[in-house]
Design a protein around this ligand. Structure first.
Ligand code: UT7
Length: 373
């Protein structure tokens, strides 16, 4: 971990929301722009590794225990199957495998990493951080490691945090992991949520970028607390500690107002994508690959249509994984790299959204994204 270089101090209250004389853009209170100069020196997503559990659960299998059908699930969400963690297999178990694979792809060792950030809405425990378990599993003893909680947007927030550590000179290589065992948080008697989620993990390595044709260009991050009750897991925290009553009322499971989250998602993907593109002088036509959070194919299609992104530039693998929350975007990045769709300076637009209600977009160019084979 490096110390903060001289001359990089916090913004004064009067600077907030404005670019200062060095071109740094500070928290505006209405979403965050990390404008181009802040990602300096440039930072790239250099390698990716992923893992999904072996067990596959199809829609037909779900319809044996729930009042649902393959027809309903696939037509309303686009999901056909999902991977489900074994009993005793926690988020960190999957995250550690993904992390090892990302390091192998980069030909890096745990000792090369300056920081580990883990995003998850299904952490192993409330504390210690899941990052601590992943650090132990990969042999990164002594390396700073923390969890970042921003629900399904966590991976994008973690990219923003990690790249800021590098840009500020406090770290050179950051491992960002999205790891989810959402199946453990699901009420398997609630058909409105049980059919939507899946388990898995994805990890990426962030490091300084060299040339023009690669690197993270910028972020748009935001949160709307008015929608905090639309998607939550009510019990088990300090607001409503676990008790016989919370268990009987099934309050230790994920709850969602799907219809309202759907409306939010289609609106926010479009506005956030437009905002980050405009901030960096880019147009929708410049985007080579749109990589949205994988929650519902109708959300993805609606947002892409409103943005004017043609289907061949939209990446989706939701059909095979369901909504894997913080793992969904790295799972897409891995498959996109395998398909040769992230290279040669191609511009990717990643957009996440989820509980909070939170959202985050990241624009990045890829010269090459190394992946574990
Ligand atoms: O990571 C981010 C978090 N999540 C999301 O982004 C999810 C956003 N929301 C959605 O994807 C969609 O709203 C859902 C897939 C959750 C639901 O689709 P919908 O078209 O909005 O359906 P709905 O909630 O309006 O429900 C329509 C009907 C209801 O029956 P009635 O009231 O019309 O008789 C539901 O009870 O479908 C019923 N239903 C089901 N039927 C069969 C709900 N779930 C199921 C099910 N199988 N699994």
């Amino acid at each position: 971990m490096r110390s903060l270089p001289a001359g990089r101090s916090s913004p004064s209250p009067s600077q907030k929301g404005k670019n200062d004389r060095r071109g740094f853009h500070h928290l505006s209170g209405r979403g965050v722009f990390l404008s181009k100069p802040l990602i300096f020196p440039p930072v790239k997503i250099s390698a990716v590794g992923t893992y999904v559990p072996e067990r596959v659960m199809t829609n037909d299998e779900l319809s044996l225990s729930l009042d649902t059908s393959d027809e309903w699930i696939s037509s309303r969400s686009g999901i056909r199957e999902r991977h489900i963690a074994e009993n005793g297999q926690a988020a960190s178990d999957m995250g550690a495998i993904a992390a090892r694979r990302a390091l192998a792809a980069a030909e890096a060792s745990p000792g090369d990493i300056d920081l580990i950030i883990v995003a998850s809405l299904s952490p192993d425990m409330i504390f210690p951080p899941t990052a601590s378990f992943i650090s132990g599993a990969i042999g990164a003893n002594g390396t700073p490691a923390f969890d970042l909680s921003a629900a399904c947007t966590g991976f994008i927030y973690a990219l923003a945090a990690g790249s800021s550590f590098i840009a500020s000179g406090q770290a050179e290589r950051v491992l960002v992991v999205g790891a989810e065992a959402v199946s453990k948080m699901i009420d398997w008697a609630d058909r409105s949520t049980a059919v939507l989620f899946g388990d898995g993990a994805g990890a990426v390595l962030l490091e300084p970028a060299s040339g023009e044709g690669e690197g993270i260009i910028g972020f748009d991050l935001g949160n709307d607390p008015e929608g905090a009750d639309l998607l939550d897991l009510p019990a088990g925290g300090s607001r409503l500690p676990a008790s016989r009553e919370t268990i009987e009322n099934r309050l230790h499971f994920l709850k969602m107002n799907g219809r309202e989250v759907f409306k939010f998602a289609t609106r926010i993907i479009v506005s956030s994508a437009r905002k980050v593109l405009a901030e960096h002088g880019l147009r929708v036509e410049d985007v080579d690959l749109f990589v949205p959070h994988q929650a519902n194919i109708r959300i993805i299609d609606t947002a892409a249509r409103k943005l004017g992104i043609p289907p061949e530039r939209v990446f989706s693998n939701l059909e095979r994984y369901g909504n894997t929350s913080c793992a969904s975007i790295p799972l897409c990045l891995d498959e996109a790299a395998a398909a040769g769709r992230l290279g040669g300076g191609s511009l990717a637009l990643m957009v996440g959204f989820g509980a909070g209600l939170s959202w985050g977009s990241c624009l990045a160019r890829f010269d090459e994204l190394k992946r574990a084979t």
